[in-house]
Design a protein around this ligand. Sequence first.
Ligand code: FES
Length: 357
Amino acid sequence: MDLETPPPDLYGRPGADRFLRRMTAFADWYNPLMGRPGVRRSPRRPAARPVPPLQLVVTVHRPVAEGVVELRLADPGGDPLPAWQPGARIELTLPSGLVRHYSLCGDPADRGTYRIAVRHLPDGGGGSAEIHDRLHPGVRLSARRPRNGFAFCAEPAVLLLAGGIGITPLLPMARQAQHLGLDWRLVHVGRSAESMPFTEELRALDPDRVEFLTELTPAAELLARAPRGAAVYCCGPAPMLAAVQRAFDPAATRALHFERFGAAPILDGQPFTVQLGSEGAKLEVPADRSALDVLREARPGLPYSCHQGFCGTCKVRLTAGTPAHRDRRLTEEDRAAGAFLPCVSRAAEGETLVLEV
Ligand code: FES
């Protein structure tokens, strides 16, 4: 059939009737390549177009707690920024080239500014130090659009549990919970009152719903603050998350959503060896350390960001050996082409992985 020419009317008249005209219009919309048999494309999956990075400028840089600075970032021309929802993170490329991810902690209704808060980590690879020392108002940087792997589902009752700087994704959740009239509680655990940012902002939402703890508190006691049937959202360091996961009782609470910062814990790690190129040094990776940590001792400039196998920043090329991929980023094609994320991926005991780094 010639698809360039509308088919005749269903009743034999020369022109297409209204039904066929609509069908033809639908088909044209459905497949922009209509008329070229064999070419199909789902309207739900348009061809991926590269998304240009956002260009941002620092507008505010100020301390908000001991060792924590707040940054506000805006479009240099004042245009509105892409929308986001509580729990979203943004990937920043710092002027040095380091790539880092931060939770947005401002108000999603404010389309003019992104707000992040960054704790200075002396052993953090330089990203937090650069932000603290060099990202003053006027400095420009690029970013990827916000992405959300920790979405707030706005269940009728919620408990928000924050450890340290893990308060950042939970602050917009608390704001939204208050706005929606949910039954919410927030507990923020920190090493001292001075080190905990945004306490006044949280109290201003509802002082009876927020609690700040500076003493070690068992996870079961934290979870006991949850209204019955509440969903729990937890963000903090890996040991806190592990304790909350162990103590979580699905019979008493509805769901546990969590986001970790810092390195992912190593589960069932076995010692193995990485070799720097086919002729290079061999480095032992102990059962309790990541290959990335070991590699960075030999190659301190090796880039990384999330330390959790989702950003892809630490990608290296594997040229020999059998890997055990543990990331959430690489496709089968990437892996077949030799991509390897040493922040989380490993190998069986005794295996040697040859890496181009
Ligand atoms: S540092 Fe993000 S995937 Fe390895």
